[in-house]
Design a protein around this ligand. Structure first.
Ligand code: ADP
Ligand code: ASP
Ligand code: MG
Length: 860
């Protein structure tokens, strides 16, 4: 048999070894990948999924006998699934496992015994795996990984770390590859996770450490590659199970992968990268159930693309805050306190310091931070400083190249954190990471928000195809059909309208009708009001009212406009939700008979006679905001809207005293919210409150539905939105469910047509000037909003030039879009189309610089 020296290492994780069909894949991949690379294959396996958790519980002395029995049963059943005789294949191993409970050490559970217990998971899975593969005719040999991998000898680590979270040995063993290659079978299967301790016993690499075993083998063998086969098709820009829009990272260099892994991305064990990096062995992360997907490649040749690549989260972080008591800046103070950490065998991760305080974090994967250890440490530290232990905390890290130069783009990310209590911020000196430590309780739901913010701000360059692949959502559910914009087919008509004069908004009413029907087709929704502030054009108001929607107004001016446009409209179909409006607007609205929403007690106190005896709705602030930009978040302490929940009872008491009936509760927490679950949560929250408020009939969960402005964004998942509402409505059906979308109904119906005035190059930047800018469309200047910009005159030309698209206003903020691709031939008088501008376009336009307002056209 060929004794080739070339090796390929394939590592299969827990879920990849837990079913028979997965073992078929392992066998097939070993043969195929070996043939493709011309290398012998070493397969490294984890324990069957969930088994290490059980073994760990046994180590902790938890329900030991029942767990042991269940583990034995599970492995026997698996043998049956694999068509193996359990006694022949696994009898000796199962006996060894059970024997560990009869071992005299089981009473005290010392660390070496725990390591042996933990090792059984991998010993079992590799033994039954090799028996199965052989039964399928594959020539696989088995080896005990402890014969080959040594635990590293690292000074000052705790006993726990030196046994149960060991570092791989860095020693290069001469002749390792030759010795290993003398194994008689062409393919070899071994265990991940376990290594030989210096005392001859067993040690383990820490939870998730099988990746590290594979990497060590790869490095020692000088393998052609180490492939990590798991249950996701690669490393993503965030944990895809938490952030469905996370993008596959197709290429990473070792340093970035290291940073993403260290800061919490469980998909790759952090200690696995070092050995491969030092030995120059490329790594790949691939999906066992979808082997055809490209996965993530990690090597030294990945090009260094600046920008945030990933956001990760680490729970269970412990912070130790040390307040100086006069010794700060004294020579040796820091050395004294760090000596205490060393003494307790604790490795420090992040450090933050100020004049009087040093705060450090302890990483749970590196330290056994039990309350005993912490107490002992705190007692020692208390002699030199005031100590506070803050736990459990979460570290949230942005990883990418050139973090420092990205800071200016992160303003909304700061704003998101601004609402939480940040204990520590740390920026690594290698400029690869920026970490925020907050209370674990505050981290809930933060990652999807931050991820969306990073994409929106351009800090995460997801349009770079060299690094970013498809999103998890796309891989799982296929790319949803993004509706083709209507204006492509209407190009001739639009060019003719532009010839009459620009700037000009054009609205297609059929698009408004389509969206209105989508809203009305939502069974759970009882009433839908169009928030007319998005676009009060009379033709649009007639269209939405004609479809059966109500209208929502925020000023007396809007109310008067509605009734002037639609004199027949019953007042019951109009909602008035003003903010800080003057008294007379409430008086006028109540006199008109529309539904009035109030959001503060002060109005009742100052103007009791205005509201006495009336029926109103109450707008609440549920304590949090959401949305595509800080300026559109309308909940939480920073927002001026809504009655805080703490004053809810006081409001009810005031209302009661004035004989006011509250028939509706309302909350609108922001605009452009991507998470379809948001609205059902608002309904659930309000319904809980409504139950205590007496007469409530309607619950208004606001608007805020997003539209996909950027090319990589997807259509809002209306199906998920509906499903959430159906579910919650079925659970609390007592109230009429009211929504009030604005943007969703009209944004995509409108385009803004502009004419090119000048094309100018300055210091390498090419600018296309248009006859309308922030005066015609404020959103880019106001919210850094992104709108598609197209040269309608040259739609068939390749958009290969990079331009900044600006307006004619004397403000440097008058930029419609930066780094936009347009045809290089773009020239004076070309017609530029700004897409998706039917919402908050004309309605915010102004005559700044005394430039005329845009014209407006309707396509029936
Ligand atoms: P295995 O058992 O195959 O070793 P793991 O559970 O250790 O698999 O790692 C895979 C899991 O890592 C994924 O299922 C995913 O939930 C999680 N994960 C966390 N962060 C990321 C990320 N950034 N990219 C991909 N997966 C991640
Ligand atoms: N089986 C071990 C664990 O679950 C090691 C691994 O799967 O990587 O942590
Ligand atoms: Mg793993």
């Amino acid at each position: 048999m060929a004794q080739g020296q070339k090796w390929l290492v394939l590592k299969f994780g827990g879920t990849s070894v837990s079913r028979r069909d997965r073992w078929d894949t392992i066998g097939r991949m070993a043969v195929e990948r070996g043939a493709a690379t011309g290398a012998r294959v070493l397969v490294v396996v984890s324990a069957v999924s969930g088994v290490t958790n059980e073994l760990q519980a046994i180590c902790e002395g938890n329900d030991v006998h029942a767990r042991m029995a269940a583990l034995v049963d599970r492995h026997r059943a698996f043998c049956e699934e694999l068509g193996l005789d359990a006694d022949a294949a696994l009898g000796a191993r199962l006996a060894e496992l059970q024997g560990l409970l009869d071992d005299p050490r089981a009473a005290e559970r010392p660390l070496p015994w725990q390591a042996e217990v933990l090792a059984q998971g991998e010993l079992l899975s590799s033994t039954l795996g090799v028996a199965y593969l052989r039964s399928q005719g594959l020539d696989f040999g088995w080896c005990d990984a402890r014969e080959w991998l040594q635990a590293g000898q690292v000074p000052n680590r705790s006993e726990w770390a030196l046994r149960l979270s060991v570092q791989p040995s860095r020693e290069i063993e001469p002749g390792f590859a030759a010795r290993f290659s003398s194994h008689p079978s062409p393919m070899v299967l071994t265990q991940g996770f376990i290594a030989r301790h210096a005392d001859g016993g067993t040690a383990v690499f820490g939870r998730g450490g099988s990746d590290t075993s594979a990497a060590c083998f790869g490095a020692l063998l000088g393998a052609v590659a180490v492939e990590i086969w798991t249950d996701v098709p690669g490393m993503f820009s965030a944990n895809p199970r938490v952030v469905p829009d996370a993008r596959l990272l197709t290429r990473l260099d070792y340093a970035e992968a290291q940073e993403i892994a260290t800061t919490g991305a469980k998909v790759l064990h952090p200690r696995s990268i070092g050995p491969c990096r030092r030995a120059g062995v490329p790594m790949a992360i691939l999906d066992t159930s979808r082997p055809w997907l490209p996965g993530t490649r990690i090597d030294a040749s990945a090009s260094a693309v600046p920008g945030v690549k990933a956001i990760s989260r680490r729970d269970g972080v412990v912070l130790v805050s040390m307040e100086s008591i006069g010794m700060w800046q004294e020579v040796g103070f820091l050395s004294d306190i760090f000596a205490l950490f060393k003494h307790h065998g604790l490795s420090v991760d992040l450090i933050g310091s100020s004049e009087t305080n040093v705060t450090i974090s302890l990483d749970p994967s590196d330290n056994l931070v039990t309350s005993n250890v912490l107490e002992a440490l705190a007692t020692d530290l208390a002699r030199v400083c005031r100590v506070k232990v803050i736990a459990p905390c979460t570290g949230i890290t942005l990883v990418g190249r050139g973090m420092r130069s990205l800071l200016h783009r992160l303003s909304d990310v700061w704003a998101t954190f601004g609402r939480e209590r940040v204990h520590l911020i740390s920026q690594s000196s290698n400029d690869l990471n920026l970490t925020f430590v907050i209370d674990e309780a505050d981290a809930e739901g933060l990652l999807p928000l931050l991820h969306a913010e990073l994409i929106r701000s351009g800090a995460m360059p997801v349009l770079d195809p060299g690094v970013f692949g498809p999103s998890w959502r796309e891989i799982e559910f296929g790319r949803p059909q993004r509706r083709e914009p209507w204006w492509i087919a209407a190009r001739g008509d639009l060019l003719a309208r532009a010839a009459v004069g620009t700037p000009r908004y054009v609205y297609r009413l059929e698009t408004v009708r389509e969206r209105a029907r989508e809203m009305l087709a939502t069974t759970a929704v009882d009433r839908c009001y169009f928030a007319i502030k998005a676009n009060p054009h009379p033709a649009i108001l007639r269209t939405v009212a004609g479809e059966g929607l109500g209208l929502e107004c925020v000023s007396l001016g809007e109310l008067q406009h509605v009734f002037a446009t639609l004199p027949e409209l019953p007042a019951s179909r109009v909602l008035f939700t003003p903010s800080f409006a003057p008294r007379r607007e409430y008086e006028a609205a109540l006199a008109m008979g529309v539904t009035v929403t109030l959001d503060n007690i002060e109005a009742l106190q100052r103007w009791p006679d205005v509201f006495r005896g009336h029926t109103i709705w109450l707008r609440l602030d549920l304590g949090r905001g959401d949305g595509h930009h800080e300026k559109v978040r309308t909940g939480g302490v920073a927002a001026k809207f809504g009655l805080p929940l703490a004053r809810f009872d006081a409001f009810l008491a005031h209302a009661h005293a004035l004989d006011i009936r509250i028939s509706g509760l309302h909350a609108h927490l922001g605009s452009g919210i991507d998470d379809p679950r948001h609205w059902r949560e608002v309904y659930a929250h309000l319904a809980g409150l409504a139950d205590t408020a007496g007469d409530v009939e309607a619950i208004d969960i606001g608007g805020g539905l997003p539209i996909p402005y950027t090319p990589d964004a997807q259509d809002f998942d209306l199906a998920a939105w509906r499903a959430g509402l159906d579910e919650i409505k079925a659970a609390c059906p007592r109230y009429a469910l009211v929504v009030e979308p604005g943007r969703y109904l009209v944004a995509q119906c409108g385009v803004l047509l502009l004419s090119v005035t000048q094309v100018v190059e300055k210091d390498g930047v090419h600018r296309v000037g248009c006859d309308g800018g922030m005066n015609a469309l404020m959103r880019p200047a106001l919210y850094d909003a992104w709108h598609g910009i197209h040269n309608l005159s040259r739609l068939e030309d390749a958009a290969t030039g990079t331009f900044e698209v600006v307006g004619p206003i004397c403000e440097s903020g008058d930029v419609l879009g930066r780094n936009r691709q347009l045809p290089t031939a773009t020239a004076e008088d070309d017609v530029i189309l700004v897409a998706d501008s039917g919402a908050y376009g004309m309605t915010m336009a102004n005559t700044y610089n005394l430039r005329a307002l845009p014209a407006e056209d309707i396509i029936e």
